[in-house]
Design a protein around this ligand. Structure first.
Ligand SMILES: [Zn+2]
Length: 330
């Protein structure tokens, strides 16, 4: 596996500003274990000190995965400075104590593994914690990203899947299995394709990257293979521009419906939209905001604002590092 540790490079233009504003940044390493990529960051007094990204090892054993993660973390550790907190964000469910992975559908070899302990056993200089990737990204956005220091920040991620997390006064709200619930399977009353859960019209089938691409195919935009391509179709002159624009605007309307339900449940002060699809936020957020402002009862949710995430693709790793630093200080 090819390892690249790059010097401090912001996850996005905005994140540079956000992270550099912070003084006395905690020292920690964050690892975001995705189905496709393994992303790491090192935080220190000057902010985001280093990032690295490499492909997640393909179908393999737990010990090979642990070795790969350990190798990446080791490459991030400065040689001479003692103990480092490490946060690992995983795309799946954790046990009650957040020490053991219950199930990772993308990386089944790690199901049942106490990943933090295993890595810390190999690297005695680190103390590791685990959390769900959506929680980690939500914590990062709420703390140093688009959350803007608001009291109740709801984070919705639109990526390979759809997820949500709620941060209230700096704390992650854990309703069930360390999440706010199965937001991906909220029925939005839209026609759509069948979800793997068996139902039709689940939010994830409409708003995840895969769901958006399937809707694109149905609306006659046959060749788009990524949401980035759909973004480009809608922003450049071409024969499919009108259809692509309409698709993104419809996406905004459907997202608005989802946010209406979540806002009624959680009364957020701010909603932050993250995940890969959020790169196209300018094409769909205006319609989501419009739907929300038309449909919310002012008395219930007087001032909810909806923003795109600020920290980009390293938000999960940054959040994992921040959570680890907090545990380490406690
Ligand atoms: Zn479903």
């Amino acid at each position: 596996m090819k390892l690249q540790v790059t010097p401090a490079r912001p996850a996005s233009a905005e994140s540079a500003g956000v992270l550099l504003q912070l003084k006395n940044f905690p020292r920690a390493i964050g690892c975001d274990l995705g189905g496709t990529n393994l992303k790491l960051v090192r935080l220190g007094p000057s902010g985001l000190e280093a990032t690295s990204e490499s492909p997640t090892p393909g179908p393999t054993t737990a010990s090979a995965m642990i070795r790969a993660i350990t190798g990446q973390v080791k490459a991030m550790l400065p040689k001479s400075q003692g103990h480092w907190p490490l946060g690992i964000a995983v795309p799946g469910f954790l046990d009650e104590s957040r020490e053991r992975i219950v199930r990772l559908s993308n990386l089944p070899a790690l199901s049942g593994v106490a990943l933090g302990h295993e890595v810390a056993r190999k690297l005695r200089r680190v103390g590791a914690i685990l959390d769900a990737d959506t929680n980690a990204a939500a914590h990062a956005e709420a703390t140093v990203g688009s959350g803007g220091g608001k009291g109740r920040v709801l984070y919705v991620t639109m990526g390979t899947g759809l997820g949500a997390a709620l941060v209230v006064a700096g704390e992650i709200v854990r309703v069930s299995r360390h999440t706010v619930g199965q937001v991906a399977h909220l029925p939005l009353g839209e026609r759509g394709h069948r979800c793997y859960c068996g139902a039709v019209g689940c939010a994830e089938t409409l708003l995840s990257a895969r769901g958006i691409l399937l809707r694109a195919r149905r609306s006659g935009i046959a060749k788009a293979s990524s949401t980035l391509e759909l973004f480009e179709l809608a922003t450049r002159r071409g024969p499919r521009r009108a259809r692509a624009t309409r698709l993104w605007r419809e996406t905004g309307g459907v997202l608005g419906k989802l946010l209406q339900i979540l806002a009624a449940l959680f009364s957020p002060d701010r909603i932050v939209i993250g995940g890969g699809v959020a790169g196209a936020a300018e094409l769909f957020l205006p319609d989501a905001r419009a739907w929300l402002s038309r449909s919310l009862t002012p008395a219930l949710s007087p001032e909810v604002s909806v923003e795109a995430a600020a920290l980009g693709r390293f938000s999960g790793a940054i959040g994992a590092a921040l959570l680890a630093a907090r545990v380490d200080r406690a």
